[in-house]
Write a protein that binds this ligand. Structure first.
Ligand code: G3P
Ligand code: MG
Length: 256
């Protein structure tokens, strides 16, 4: 099958700069870029008043100071707070003192940073439970608005099928990738039904058989989270198109 040209770089910095900076912050993107990365993965969810912002976990506990800043009785669930509250949190101190007071970023702030610098973005839609379709819908609409004049759109991805369905319905022209942590029954048919352009697997799931199935069906093949050279070599030998890594300090896109 003849694939459309793939506009994205092969190397993608996970959550901005892996573990070297506080994940999913602008500081992380800046650090990833300083290591030569031109494409980034991030996790996007909604505040309670519908503002898309970056956070991996369902809760604020691990990567913000919410426990101290919001007091004992606050809900730990990030998506239950309005953006005005989330914007005041420190999302850097948990990582190291050098990043103290680094805020949670809105998706829009990260989008504008990427657009200003001609960087590529993979937006993982990571919905709060119960908000799957709304998150897919709003993130896709925001992405289409922000990238309307850009040559290359962002790649939307999710483990969550309803979120991808909503993204497809809202903005069918935006490219989508199905994230897989298992090759569950029907993964290929689901990706086809969702009009995906890519399958993005846990690296252990790619072998000659899964790679051949995905490629035969016309998908680009990507993998997360690849942090050692032997795994990267194995995947590239299989014909993988994109690698999401934490190790922006180990893998240098300019040399690879
Ligand atoms: O998007 C790829 C990867 O980020 C998926 O896993 O848990 O790191 O968001 P996770
Ligand atoms: Mg992610």
């Amino acid at each position: 099958m003849q694939l459309a040209p793939w506009p994205y770089p092969r190397w993608i910095a996970h959550r901005g700069a892996g573990k070297l900076a506080p994940e999913n912050t602008l500081a992380a993107f800046r650090l990833g870029a300083s290591h030569g990365y031109r494409m980034f993965e991030c996790d996007a969810k909604l505040s309670s008043d519908g503002v898309p912002f970056l956070l991996h976990d369902d809760t604020l506990t691990r990567t913000t100071n919410a426990d101290d800043a919001l007091g004992e009785s606050h809900s730990p669930t990030a998506g239950e707070h309005p953006w005005g509250t989330l914007a005041r949190l420190d999302a850097g101190s948990w990582h190291s003192r050098a990043y103290a007071a680094e805020p949670l970023p809105t998706f829009e702030a990260i989008a504008r940073y990427c657009l200003r610098n001609a960087y590529f973005l993979n937006i993982e839609i990571k919905p709060t439970a119960g908000l799957e379709r709304r998150t897919g819908d709003l993130v896709a609409r925001d992405a289409a608005r922000l990238w309307q004049n850009a040559a290359v759109p962002p790649l939307l991805s999710s483990f969550d099928v309803p979120a991808l369905e909503a993204a497809l319905e809202a903005q069918p022209e935006l490219p989508r990738g199905l994230l897989l942590d298992a090759l569950w029954p029907g993964w290929l048919e689901t990706a086809l039904r969702l009009g995906c352009v890519a399958i993005i697997c846990d690296h252990a799931l790619w072998d000659p058989s899964s790679m051949a199935q995905a490629k035969r069906a016309g998908f680009r093949t990507l993998s997360y989270t690849v942090n050692d050279e032997a795994t990267a070599r194995r995947l590239l030998d299989l014909g993988l198109d994109g690698i999401i890594t934490d190790r922006v300090d180990l893998f240098s896109p300019a040399r690879l």
